[in-house]
Design a protein. Sequence first.
Length: 115
Amino acid sequence: VQLVESGGGLVQPGGSLRLSCAASGFTFSTYAMSWHRQAPGKKRELVASMLSADGSTNYANSVKGRFTISRDNAKNTVYLQMNSLKPEDTAVYYCRALGAGRLYWGQGTQVTVSS
């Protein structure tokens, strides 16, 4: 099983980034997928999630209206479009898969929002 995040980097406040998480080794379409983040000295927190069954989504209040989670089951990939980025969005972003009694995490990708 692998979850490989990409797309992180350094961006100025107000900018955008699109994170990708490529999955392999499990039946991607049947798993709920989510993005989490962890800033230095803080607990890991849920950013956005998407269920497998109906594609319903859920967002942290801090990112509502700015971030969008989506998935492409044909490509076994989940995305996080991040717009209007703020310095407080700086963190390591992790992809997570949950389903069939199993939980998998990616290795994370760094997002830094700074001028």
